[in-house]
Design a protein around this ligand. Sequence first.
Ligand SMILES: [Zn+2]
Length: 383
Amino acid sequence: MEDPSLRAYLHDQICKDWPEYCGEIRLQVMNTPIFNAAMAPNGYVEVFSGLLLRVRDEDELAFVLGHEGGHFAENHQIERWQNFKTTANTIFALGLVIGGVGIYNGVDTSRLIDTVRFVGLAATFSYGRDQETEADRIGFQRATAQGFSPQAGAALWSRLIAEGKASDFANIRKADVRASIFATHPLDADRLAALKALAGTKPASGPDPASAHRLRAAIRPHLAAWLKDDLRRRDFGQTFLIIGNLEALGEDMGVLNFARGEVYRLRRLDGDVRLARDAYAAAAQYPDAPASVWRELGEMNRRLGEKPAALVAFRTYLENHPRRTILGLSRMPLRDLKDPTHDTLHPGWPAGHPVGPRGLRHHRPVAGGSLSRRKVSRLHPWP
Ligand SMILES: [Zn+2]
């Protein structure tokens, strides 16, 4: 992923923890909806988008980067390679099995396979429990030496454990967080307890609130896309929790409410259409909501039988997309809203014709002569 300013921002954060490696570090942000980071022996650092979506402020970021550097400094990577050969075939088989399940159930799991395979790989390469405790200790020392909050690490791990418990999948709820979130760093209650004990040795100092705003500003251009990626995991309980944590800052409310609407829309439980509608309606109050919020708001209102509200939302959407008028209609359920609003929606078109792409192919404007479809769309902007 290419974002020089985000890379520079993260580079600076690493340099705070690890000034001795600062000159050698090359950093890449990976668009992967999993909480993970890695530091290779040559100074190459990967930070996953799933991590940046979950750290709350620079104090937590400093702890995580300190933790990664701890594995690096202690040569933990070399030790974990010893696991590789025995488990590689198992992971390959796991990918095949999941693909097979998808076919048998008629469910498309193909987009999930990459993530699942990664989690399998992560389990192979994951650090041991002693290594994790050691890296936590080093990360804690590095971060607190720079003045970061001693409570930050425990706060972050607590939220990740809570996220594991919020999973839609029983096996993830039962397992510790290793199965899904902190990919190569198995996380359990003992580790959290050890970290809390460490924090107890230092005077308490809260995180720097301004740093939460700086961090959000750095990831803001990607927030909507990363939340969309996160939904690919189809773990709605976890995505709800992530959205709620992001909302605590009080920023990006249009994007976050829209994402909540998307979770309800995709989850499709009883009552979710109404909940999705309410979330989209909340999002639409904020200027940062994506333009498609009006389309989804219209669609949910249509499904609820709220025709006037649907119409207002669709009309707002179309006003915002004057150049996409005809193309967008192919997915518009406006035909359900035909008459008596027809004349308002389609001035110059014969009354009662079906609205939608088929209607457009078979009908011409009353006074339009033999205009091509394209010309018609230009002459008759919606509504
Ligand atoms: Zn670790």
